[in-house]
Write a protein that binds this ligand. Structure first.
Ligand SMILES: Nc1ncnc2c1ncn2[C@@H]1O[C@H](COP(=O)(O)OP(=O)(O)OP(=O)(O)O)[C@@H](O)[C@H]1O
Length: 599
């Protein structure tokens, strides 16, 4: 329940005093409804159906009131009063309902933003641990269940207020009878605990199924080429048939559960009325007028008991979503990269004067696992020089880059910027001065211009064309149907791997970084384009610090230094020719293999 309290508190702080005003509105609506029913008393008296003075002592109030009115006007006055009270109640009800939706929307929007923000601000190791589809599921399905759950709590509160007021009115009419019904209601709610527990269990299953569904569908569409080329359609169809059957069963079980709890309540209410009538007529010599009124009130009250029960069951089924969203939120807070006051715009890019370096760095992805992805790393990346990192697959090249960018924190040792350790204080500034081109470049579903301006919103067309020219992308962009305004990605035209890489490179250059990091940036290029990018990088040399991860050693011939990694350690470092001449070394081996591979 602590997760529910957490979100109720949030609701309170997000909505402010309007929440309490609305709760008071609900109380007034319930009171007006009660008064409306009480007005039936003088009506029934006038109609001669009942003799009201005989009902309860408190009704003498009505008699005193009605005796003040002229008898000929009595019916009209009471009917007008009834009409005004009902109209007032419905008008207020409308206002409160609209206000409720406003409160719910504001709350829903705010917690969506808060969760999204805390996910975005989490550190890189959080993203390495988490499945993308689970995060999407949390931000969509689970969050919607939490918002729905909070709305249910609001409904429960209004039901509760209504019920308490109605009980109060019923007490006024007959304390013994009301006491009996309330005791009966409490006994029933004790027995209906098992429905609530089962609801929570079904709710947990709902969460698991939704997670499995989204994760499976995302994986399969991401790998649709493998699915089609390996004829895996049938296997995946069987998976979805199995999972959807499980989801249907779970929904049917939930409906069975809620309908049986309602059945339980309805049969119990029939029993209650029978017992009530029997006890009243046999032991309490109750008058028929009083009986009629109490039945009138309880016929309105009892459905409220049932809906309180249904509300609690529904809330129980959303509890697992509350717990999972709350846990995710806590995990994000623990994994926050920067503290809450950090303003992204306030940090200027860092100006490196001498070098970026690593001092005695060691890093493991899993602390329990003794395997070090990097160990004993002492390196210096001189400013405005080009450094290349090479090594076999799994050597730790990408891990080293992630540490340099401050995405991963070393377990031992530190990254130094001109001798100053990289900490949370200068991390943002460092990131602002870096442009990174990943192995698998990502482009948004937008035009080429938007994709480039995303990183540098104030870039002019001239800047964009210059960057495209630089990355050898200008020619093919010019030939696209709408030039810079051509849509790319899923909804636009498809670009080849090489074209995508050149656009992403142009985007990186547009930022005018002081450090350019290229992770296999030329891997998807043909030799002609690769040569063009080589020329471009040559042009950049001396203007910015360039760090390149390269598999194709031909691309790093002109690097100022080459660092060779193997099994997480630096095994060689020096100039290209110097390393190539070190016989029987890792570098000369790699070089030899590549020479042989070229026909
Ligand atoms: N998220 C991760 N969780 C656990 N281990 C990881 C993770 N990422 C990488 N590793 C491990 O760390 C080691 C270094 O991986 P890294 O990706 O840095 O190598 P690499 O030299 O960049 O390889 P490649 O050239 O194939 O991209 C490998 O043993 C790899 O299995």
């Amino acid at each position: 329940m602590s997760s529910v309290w957490y979100y109720l508190n949030k609701l309170r702080s997000i909505s402010g005093k309007i929440l309490y005003i609305n709760l008071i509105g609900m109380v007034i609506i319930s009171l007006l409804e009660g008064v409306g029913i009480l007005l039936l008393i003088p009506l029934l008296e006038i109609s001669g159906l009942l003799e009201m003075n005989s009902i309860v002592e408190s009704n003498q109030l009505f008699s005193q009131f009605t005796s003040l009115l002229p008898p000929s006007m009595l019916l009209i006055i009471i009917l007008t009063g009834f009409l005004l009270i009902m109209a007032g109640q419905h008008l207020l009800h409308r206002k409160v309902s609209i206000q409720n939706v406003k409160i719910q929307e504001k709350f829903g929007r705010q917690i969506r933003i808060d969760l999204y923000k805390s996910i975005l601000h989490s550190n890189w190791s959080f993203f390495l641990r988490k499945k993308k589809s689970d995060l999407i599921n949390s931000l969509t399905t689970e969050l919607a269940r939490v918002i729905g759950g909070v709305n249910l709590v609001l409904q429960l509160t209004s039901n509760f207020i209504f019920t308490v007021i109605q009980i109060g009115l019923a007490f006024w009419l007959s304390a013994e009878m009301t006491f009996m019904v309330v005791v009966f209601g409490l006994i029933l709610s004790f027995f209906s605990k098992k429905f609530i527990i089962r609801s929570k269990k079904i709710g947990s299953q709902t969460s698991l199924n939704a997670q499995e569904y989204l994760s499976g569908v995302t994986d399969q569409f991401n790998g649709i080429k493998e699915v089609k080329s390996n004829l895996l359609e049938e296997t995946h169809l069987r998976w979805i048939q199995g999972l959807t059957a499980k989801m249907s069963d779970e929904q049917i079980n939930y409906i069975k559960l809620t309908t049986s709890s309602q059945l339980f309540y309805k049969i119990s209410s029939a029993c209650l009325i029978v017992i009530f009538l029997y006890v009243s007529l046999t032991f309490f010599t109750i008058q028929k007028e009083q009986l009629l009124l109490v039945i009138l009130i309880f016929s309105r009250l009892w459905p409220r008991f049932t809906s309180i029960q249904t509300n609690i069951e529904k809330i129980a089924s959303t509890l697992p979503a509350f717990i999972s969203i709350n846990d995710l939120h806590k995990e994000c807070v623990e994994a926050t990269e920067f503290n809450g006051e950090t303003r992204y715009d306030d940090n200027e890019p860092i100006k490196i004067v001498k070098s970026l370096s690593c001092r005695d760095i060691a890093f493991r992805y899993h602390k329990k696992n003794s395997l070090f992805a990097l160990k004993d790393i002492h390196l210096t990346f001189p400013v405005n020089k080009m450094s290349a990192i090479v090594g076999p697959s799994g050597a730790g090249k990408s891990t080293l880059i992630d540490i340099l960018m401050g995405l991963n924190r070393p377990e031992r040792g530190e990254v130094l910027i001109d001798g100053i350790p990289l900490t949370a204080n200068n991390l943002l500034s460092l990131r602002k001065s870096i442009s990174y081109v990943p192995q698998d470049p990502f482009l948004f579903n937008a035009s080429i211009r938007e994709n480039l301006q995303m990183i540098q919103p104030e870039a002019t067309d001239e800047d964009i064309w210059e960057a495209l020219q630089f990355s050898s992308a200008a020619e093919f962009v010019m030939n696209l149907p709408e030039g810079l305004d051509t849509l790319i990605g899923d909804r636009g035209i498809r670009l080849s791997g090489g074209e995508r890489q050149r656009i992403v490179l142009a985007r990186a250059i547009l930022k005018k970084p002081s450090i350019l990091i290229l992770d296999e940036a030329t891997s998807a290029l043909d030799s002609e384009n690769e040569a063009k990018i080589q020329e471009a990088i040559e042009r950049l040399k001396g203007k910015m610090t360039i760090i390149v991860i390269a598999h194709r050693l031909s691309t790093i011939r002109n690097a100022d230094q080459v660092i060779v990694l193997d099994k997480g350690r630096v095994v060689q470092a020096g100039g290209f020719n110097q390393l190539a001449n070190e016989k029987k070394s890792m570098f000369s081996n790699l070089l030899e293999k590549q020479m042989k591979a070229i026909p």
